[in-house]
Design a protein around this ligand. Structure first.
Ligand code: BTN
Length: 259
């Protein structure tokens, strides 16, 4: 399965996506997010991609371990940052989630949702996640977009209440290459547009895919919890939370409950 299906992909990708200056495939590696750094070139004239068939030290948000056995999609796309502020980069994390949900719809006809800021869910279970980091190398800043999607990989028993895979959802083994291609293409196109447009044109699109709009949600910011009605997003991709007739914006944290 998987390994032979993916092994030649990086060479194809460089032809198919001329904006990729480097594409590396590993059968097994620690973490694509950690490993991509070594391939970042001095001349930042394109993106760098690292795909792993499996990861031994997959990194999730908030320092969590990300289970990444063979059969899933685990990659990091490094994009050279030009002129975007940290707030704009934060908003792009929501856009990246939108592009993953758009790709799931396009390739598998799946109506996935976004649990702010960038969990990908199907029927309330996590099917994918995105990790964003920034790094500077050779005086150039890069945005590292780590994408993890459960496709054919097994879901460990202790995660089966909260996570699912595309194979489980669709009831059979699924090809991965078209989905990887779709996600890469969509993220790159948004990245090139986003520099000009900002988050504005994406706001309604993301809101239409957001889990919990109009519902009471509980959100954790570090150790601090708050709750309120999820009203939507602001123009920077922050979450608008209404409680006691006041609406506040949440820029960091994660939704831990939708009631
Ligand atoms: C999350 O916690 O929801 C984010 C998970 C991100 C996982 C991906 S898999 C590819 C890339 N490499 C990593 O080590 N993590 C990200």
């Amino acid at each position: 399965m998987g390994i032979s299906e993916l092994i030649h992909v990086p060479e194809d990708f460089k032809t198919q996506f001329p904006w990729l200056v480097e594409a590396k495939f590993f059968d097994k590696l620690d973490s694509t997010q950690a490993r991509v750094v070594q391939w970042l070139p001095k001349e930042a004239n394109g993106a760098v991609l690292v795909i792993g068939e499996s990861q031994t030290k997959g990194m999730g948000r908030q320092g969590r371990f990300w289970v990444s056995p063979p059969g899933g999609i685990w990659f990091t796309l490094a994009l050279p940052i030009r002129g975007l502020t940290p707030v704009q980069l934060g908003a792009f994390s929501v856009v990246a989630a939108l592009e993953v949900t758009n790709s799931l719809k396009e390739i598998y006809n799946l109506e996935a949702k976004i649990k702010w800021p960038n969990d990908i869910q199907y029927n309330g279970k996590k099917v994918g996640g995105i990790l964003l980091n920034t790094i500077t190398k050779f005086k150039q800043s890069w945005l590292l977009i780590g994408v993890g999607i459960n496709v054919n990989n097994d879901i460990p028993g202790d995660l089966s209440d909260s996570a699912t895979s595309i194979k489980i959802i669709r009831g059979q083994f699924q090809g991965r290459t078209r989905l990887i291609e779709a996600v890469l293409g969509h993220i790159w196109n948004s990245w090139t547009d986003f520099g000009n447009t900002g988050f504005g044109p994406y706001k309604n699109l993301v809101e239409s895919k957001l889990s919990g709009v109009g519902k009471t949600i509980k959100i954790l910011m570090g150790k601090k919890a708050t709750s309120g009605t999820l009203m939507g997003l602001d123009l920077q991709g922050g979450l608008l939370l209404k409680s006691n007739a006041q609406t506040k914006t949440i820029n960091a944290g994660e939704i831990v409950g939708i009631l």
